[in-house]
Design a protein around this ligand. Structure first.
Ligand code: CS2
Length: 495
């Protein structure tokens, strides 16, 4: 077995592999990051790595809120890991050194709270996925009966949830008269900063109204738009990267060249000069966020449900079917673009062209099954916000409806050949129960699922202009299957 990647063998790596350009011993911790998944390591951690040579105060202490897997992989490697950037033209490797330590929250609650409460920590950032905010996806407000919320309110010193950790750390800072850190959410939520602020304020208020007011008045939660496609690392990636490095990296991350980060510039305790690493600071992120969530993520979810049902394993495989590519191009042009209001100078056509290329990237094996996860948490901001804007204009929503219908078909948990689907979703059991109630009738299935208010709210289930097209698309998916539905459907819309 080759040795593990670590500080001691960095100098022996092949010269084509880029290395940290700063002295890691000089780096101090300025950021605590919650949710140290592949996305963080291929996105924010790289922006940090880019600025540490000019400003070593922003090293990252990264926490997993659940699993020890990343800790087990990275600690023997001194926190180092490989970033692989892949396109049809090849692969570029770079070792990232920005993560100074990894903490497994459930095993080290005090350690994590201590570093969050440390005055040197000025930013607490998060990628905990949509479901990590303990909110109701349809309204963006705290889900007060969420088991983790109930637990953390009863045991504030032993939090489990991301908001619970943030509040306990803020409480300690407040008592010690240390200014609050900035809370920087990097998840694909609508108005993510505003959402996290709403959740934190209500959560704090439930424990103590004065603390709630403090959070409302004193804690800055800038919104961000984050973008980089980062599929789960496969064993084949690990093997290839081990061969290229000559040492083993237990958990490299694999991504595309494209990367974007748009951030509202509200950091009362200071921030890294991320603009020098390509981040864009703006006064209002919302237009960029709508653009990204609706064009990229909305298309991604549509492709993943339809693609999975059609038997395609990856996004690139799905896009290689011209009917699917056609559908996505039309979805973006006809139904999403009219809902966007971009600042002058934003080039949506170029953005969409680039998106199609990114989805086609044959070097990324981004599984449709991976993107299909957690649909109950994703649908509202990816498809349903667009639907509402369209309905307000009385405009057609047929392609959006097909995406929603494909999700409905997917969460039944049985694919087109009768084989089980491993549906991963916090609401999987409830969705499955409703699907079983429907007994295989698409009409009843649609009715059962429209009734899930946490996803569809109170308005959409009562609007014929929404329920009609979704039910019609679902009936087609049942009678013809996803592949034929998409093929015939693009033809019929074109003719
Ligand atoms: C994807 C996103 O898994 C998913 O739901 O749509 O992770 C997507 O790859 C990123 O948002 C791209 O920035």
């Amino acid at each position: 077995m080759p040795k593990r990647l670590s500080e001691t063998n960095l100098a022996d790596l092949p010269s084509a592999v880029a290395l940290p350009s700063y002295d890691r011993r000089e780096v101090t911790t300025g950021i605590v990051h919650l949710g140290v998944g592949a996305f963080h390591r291929a996105h924010q951690a790289v922006y940090v790595d880019d600025i540490l040579a000019q400003d070593p105060r922003w090293g990252i202490a990264a926490a997993s809120l659940r699993s020890p897997d990343t800790y087990d992989a990275l600690v023997p490697q001194d926190g180092l890991y490989t970033l692989s950037v892949r396109s049809g033209e090849g692969e570029a490797l770079r070792v990232i050194g920005a993560i100074q330590r990894v903490i497994v929250a459930p095993q080290a609650v005090e350690d994590l709270l201590r570093v969050m409460a440390d005055p040197k920590t000025r930013i607490v950032s998060l990628t905990v996925t949509e479901k990590g905010y303990c909110h109701d996806p349809a309204t963006g407000t705290l889900n007060e009966s969420h088991p983790d919320v109930v637990h953390d309110l009863q045991n504030p010193h032993l939090p489990r949830s991301a908001p619970g950790f943030i509040l306990e750390a803020l409480r300690r800072r407040r008592v010690a008269r240390i200014a609050p850190f900035t809370v920087l959410t990097c998840d694909n939520l609508p108005s993510n900063g505003r959402t996290v602020k709403r959740v934190l304020t209500r959560f704090a208020e439930l424990s103590d109204p004065a603390f709630g007011r403090f959070v409302a008045d004193e804690v800055s939660c800038p919104s961000t738009m984050v973008d980089r496609i980062v599929p789960a690392t496969s064993d084949e990636d690990r093997r290839r990267i081990r061969e290229a490095l000559g040492v083993t990296d237990a958990w490299p991350v694999v991504t595309e060249r494209f990367t974007q980060w748009v951030i509202e510039d509200r950091f009362p305790q200071g921030r890294p000069a991320w603009e020098s690493a390509g981040a864009e600071f703006v006064a209002d992120v919302e237009p960029y966020e709508h653009m990204k969530l609706r064009l990229l993520n909305g298309s991604h979810s549509t492709l993943s449900y339809l693609g999975y049902l059609a038997g395609y394993e990856t996004v690139a495989d799905t896009m290689a079917d011209p009917a699917f590519e056609g559908l996505i191009a039309e979805l973006m042009d006809e139904e999403v673009t009219p809902t966007l209001h971009m600042p002058a100078g934003a080039d949506l056509r170029a953005y969409k062209r680039a998106l199609i290329e990114r989805f086609r990237n044959p070097a990324l094996r981004h599984r449709t099954w991976q993107i299909a996860m957690d649909g109950s948490q994703k649908l509202p901001q990816r498809l349903l916000g667009t639907v509402r804007d369209r309905l307000r204009e009385d405009a057609p929503i047929d392609r959006l409806a097909l995406g929603v219908a494909a999700w409905m078909r997917y969460v039944t948990g049985i694919d087109e050949k009768g084989a089980p689907i491993d549906v991963r979703d916090p609401m999987a059991a409830c969705l499955r129960e409703r699907a079983d109630q429907a007994g295989g009738s698409p009409e009843r299935l649609a009715r059962e699922l429209f009734a899930v208010r946490d996803i569809f709210g109170d308005d959409l289930p009562n609007d014929e202009r929404f329920t009609g097209p979704v039910s019609a698309a679902l009936a087609k998916l049942y009678s013809k299957g996803a592949k034929r539905t998409v093929a015939e459907w693009t033809q019929s819309v074109r003719s």
